[in-house]
Design a protein. Sequence first.
Length: 715
Amino acid sequence: MTMDYLLWVCSLLVPAVLAVEETLMDSRWATTELAWTTFPESGWEEVSGYDDSMSPIRTYQVCNVKQPNQNNWLRTDFVPRRGVLRVYVELKFSVRDCASIPNIPGSCKETFNLFYYESEGDTATDTSPLWRETPYVKVDTIAPDESFSLLEAGRINTKVRSFGPLSKAGFYLAFQDLGACMSLISVRVFFKKCSTTIANFAVFPETATGAEATSLVIAPGACVANAMELSVPLKLYCNGDGEWMVPVGSCTCVAGFEPSADSTQCQACIPGTFKSKFGEGSCAPCPSNSRTGSRGANVCPCQNGFYRADSDPPESSCTTIPSAPRNVISSVNETSLSLEWEEPEDTGGRGDLVYNVVCKKCLRDRSPCTRCDDNVDIAPRRLGLRSRKVVVRNLQAHTRYSFEVQAVNGVSGKNPVPPNYSTVNITTNQAAPSAVPTVHLMRSTSDTLSLSWLPPEKPNGVILDYEIKYQERGQAMSHTVTSQHSSAKVDGLRSATPYVVQVRARTVAGYGRYSNPMDFSTSLHSDPQKSVQDQLPLIIGSASAGLVVVVALVVIAVVCLKKQRSGSELEYTEKLQQYISPGVKVYIDPFTYEDPNDAVHEFAKEIDISCVKIEEVIGAGEFGEVCRGRLKQPGRREMVVAIKTLKAGYTERQRRDFLAEASIMGQFDHPNVIRLEGVLTRSCPVLIITEFMENGALDSFLRVSRGTSHGLLLV
């Protein structure tokens, strides 16, 4: 992709603004004699005449064609430069056809020369500077498109020429006649500039063109009112024709403001509308249950009684708290409770409804109820319930409780009053005993286990008896025996066998919970586990050795596969080259490489950063700026090069495309294709070094060369 194409694409992003011309001097402004300086006195003569619209003007003419060796000079007054670097001269003139003048020598001309002379002030005299080509600087030899004879009306020609760069306070124009019969009707000196414009909500000031026709002058920008920068720096390029191109950076409207109809300003949202974020979006009406009466609102405040949660975006509607849960149903089972309820009639307009269950214990003396202690278990949990059912355990027997079932949502915390709730009061029955503490083994024989335990910490009544459950470890079938005391002897067991034992207590309220399972074994005649334990280190060692072997085999296989794959690709390329005609190079698509660094290092040379010197920015491309610089490599002469940079903040795709461009260029070697000198991928920023195009951007070169006979080959 050429730089000229990128500049053309980028120019489409800038509003179409015609180039502006500002005049420095125009001979048609004169209301009296121009009184320009002439040499010799018999040469140019000031006369009154008419321009092409038949308006009276002061002109100069000369017609000494019958005398040979003419050298007639005409110099304008001092023209202040006003800081511009390049000026344009528009000449309107008429020239008589030499063939229509009888009896003239062969020295008759139909052209004249245009010169300029720079000066720091209006210091020229009748004799200084000297009337010769040096110290004047020649601009061009001016020839008419049409000349006239005596029998025809004077035909006016218009020519425009430019010169620069200018460096002094001002200049004089000079016209040299070498033997023509002509009339200089008018002279206008002007310069081109890019007028003030707005692009991407940024204002760019009026900017004069550069010193060369192909120059790009950078103009810094500033965001319009009520806009913020999205990326910096903000700048536009003013080309040699006075046209804006290649915008860099942009602004966007801040919250509360939207783009105007012509997309040049940011206007405030009208009352009743808002815009919560910066960007190109438009203002929107306030969501339900909210309103705003001011201009430029970025949020619509909620009406009384309505709220937004902290996580709600400003675009969301305002909501309220839910009503209380309906139809709470309780079911008491001794010291346990089951609660169920229905959804509130009004959820507040939200979808994040949850429930809280608050347990309160109430004493018999009618004192206020207090919060239950942490021993009370509410499953699945107390707060933030999605389901509408809980089970409460570990309540005290014969105790009155009050339960509040609250409905809350995301804005309940915004409301100054407590959540709405429904209440249910219950009284518990007799509670079963708590769990038996740990069981202890007192003695074991080949067929018996003698056990003991402590009574439950909370018997909740008289212990009637204990139930002992036992089973062989690993077996599903269990057996039970009972005991009137806190000890028991379990017999009829198998010798040398491990057993799992649990104990629970019983009162008139029923059985309590089993104790934690404990492992006990009957006496051992032989220990079948010992042989296994003795062999365990050997088994573990064998397994570890086997694992090491398997891992080693996997690593070797992976390495071999990688080598085999690399060899296959190289062999494929070599075989492919055998079927290509000698001297023809195989083109390889860099996008077939997994890593773009592999492709670019195969087709491009890596250059050390110390060999590159960047001198100035000359343009901008798709990936970053284009600079002119110098490349000095060991053993080679220093050369002027073009340097393309990869802009900061690039994406991985942009870096891949940027390096792919170098990989493609590196595969060509042709005088009509731009030559790749190398790349810098280990520096910041990443650089591509190519040969320097002396004629600059292609579109500007074509514009300047229009009408010439240059032959161009576009590749």
